[in-house]
Design a protein around this ligand. Structure first.
Ligand code: GLN
Length: 446
């Protein structure tokens, strides 16, 4: 039924860049036998799951939506894939994204298809995990995985009217996720509602011997956290997030949502995160710096695209990378190598690292007095596909999501309401490794 649904809708929506129909049906058949044999089933038995194209799975294409990986086939399973398989989920295919997860529209994908917002086909789904968000919004599957380095799960969730969770840095293994900015990247689920996201987290979270940053901290049963009761919960509202840049129609939805939290019995506390204004410039120094280093491995030698008519090794690198990477990726590599270069390292990279700590300190301070923090996800609703925003204009739109990655804290995006017929998300930020708090608040709000 899921594949029939995809065949019917994906021409218009463009969520998927590859499908594993045969394999998925084979796996479903095996699961059927398991059921008939009365064997114990996993927590996601038979649930169709889609995966962002920057995660590898054995024998399946994984391109990160880049020409430089257009012929790449995974040679192992990412830990999240292993965990999904162990939970008896059925992986149905890979979803479209911005090239190497750099962007907020899914328009920088190398793949020919354009991923469109199911609510208005003239608009972007958001990004970079655009296809993962649309696969849920267009009812093509029930859980999908995205990655979030600066908002790439939460912003498309907001634009597409679905739930998206960026877990704490270290809550979910990144093994098998193609690195963009390793100190910021986190894998997380998209789902129709908070309960499904919590169920997915029960499967995805936990330590991993293949990722030293995946922390060995007890994983709670996230479903148990969904009590529906948030009476007395302290919700912080940072004044720096309620700025003029928010479109009035978004502001209206967000204000109303906050009222609803009050009615549910939460205590609303005004707080301050004074370094918020430095988050965007800090991120756009650190993320490109890490990216420039991570993307050095794509050299035309080991895997992926290799240019033709090569004279020598240097020519091989230069031509393969020049032809293989898209414009936005090249822009980030240039920014990254610039801020890391000997003459500018202290002025940019080192300074940004220090500001990152100040941003983290702001949250530590705020969380002494509140349980969760409430903010908008994005200053606007989904942009028009033909909207020609400059890179800087696009970067500024990340203002509300980026701090969570810099601080390493979890962030949940849930539908808050509608503005002119388009979904508007609200964001709940939590203490490190306290996903259960924001899931409980989000579930009570739903
Ligand atoms: N929009 C941000 C960027 O372009 C975030 C991307 C992400 O989270 N992967 O870098």
């Amino acid at each position: 039924a899921i594949f029939a649904r995809i065949e019917k809708t994906d021409e218009k929506i463009g969520s998927f860049v590859s499908l594993r129909k045969e394999k998925a049906l084979e796996e479903a058949k095996k699961l059927d036998e398991k059921i008939k044999a009365g064997e114990k089933l996993g927590a996601l038995a038979g649930v169709p799951v889609a995966i962002k194209d920057n995660m590898v799975s054995y024998g399946d294409p994984a391109t990160s939506a880049s020409k430089i990986l257009n012929n790449y086939i995974g040679v192992y399973d990412a830990t999240v894939v292993t965990k999904l398989k162990e939970a008896d989920a059925i992986i149905i295919g890979k979803t479209n994204m911005d090239e190497f997860a750099m962007g907020s529209t899914t328009k920088t994908s190398y793949h020919e298809k354009t991923t469109k917002n199911p609510w208005d086909l003239d608009r972007v789904p958001g990004g970079s995990s655009g296809g993962a968000a649309t696969s849920i919004a267009a009812q093509q599957c029930f859980i999908s995985l995205g990655s979030d380095t600066g908002g790439s799960i939460r912003q498309p969730a907001s634009f597409c009217g679905v739930v998206g969770l960026k877990p704490t840095y270290g809550r979910v293994s990144r093994y098998g996720l193609m690195a963009f900015a390793s100190s910021l990247d986190q894998i997380g689920p998209f789902a129709k509602n908070v309960k499904d996201a919590a169920l997915a987290m029960n499967v995805l979270a936990g330590a991993d011997e293949y990722d030293a940053t995946a922390e060995d901290i007890k994983v709670p049963n996230y479903l148990d956290a969904l009590t529906g009761d948030i009476k007395g919960m302290k919700i912080g509202v940072p004044k720096e997030y309620f700025i003029d840049g928010i479109r009035p129609e978004v502001r209206e939805v967000v204000d109303k949502a906050l009222e609803e939290f009050k009615e549910l019995g939460a205590e609303i506390v005004e707080i301050s995160l004074p370094h918020t204004k430095y988050a965007v410039p800090t991120y756009y120094v650190l993320a490109p710096a890490e990216a420039s280093s991570n993307l050095a491995r794509f050299d035309g030698v080991r895997y992926g695209y290799r240019a033709e008519d090569i004279k020598n090794i240097e020519d091989l690198y230069v031509k393969s990378r020049s032809e293989g990477f898209g414009e936005e990726v090249k822009r980030r590599i240039m920014i990254g190598t610039y801020v890391l270069s000997a003459g500018f390292f202290d002025a940019y990279f080192k300074k940004a690292q220090k500001v990152r700590r100040l941003i983290k300190n702001d949250f530590d301070e705020a969380f002494k007095n509140v349980d969760v923090i409430f903010t908008p996800v994005s200053p606007s609703t989904a942009f028009r596909l033909d909207d020609k925003k400059t890179p800087i204009e696009l970067y500024l739109e990340d203002i509300f999501t980026i701090s969570a990655n810099l601080a390493g804290i979890p962030g949940l995006s849930i539908p808050g309401g509608y503005a002119n017929g388009l979904p508007v998300g609200i964001q709940l930020l939590g203490k490190p490794f306290k996903e259960e708090d924001i899931l409980r608040a989000g579930d009570a709000f739903e």
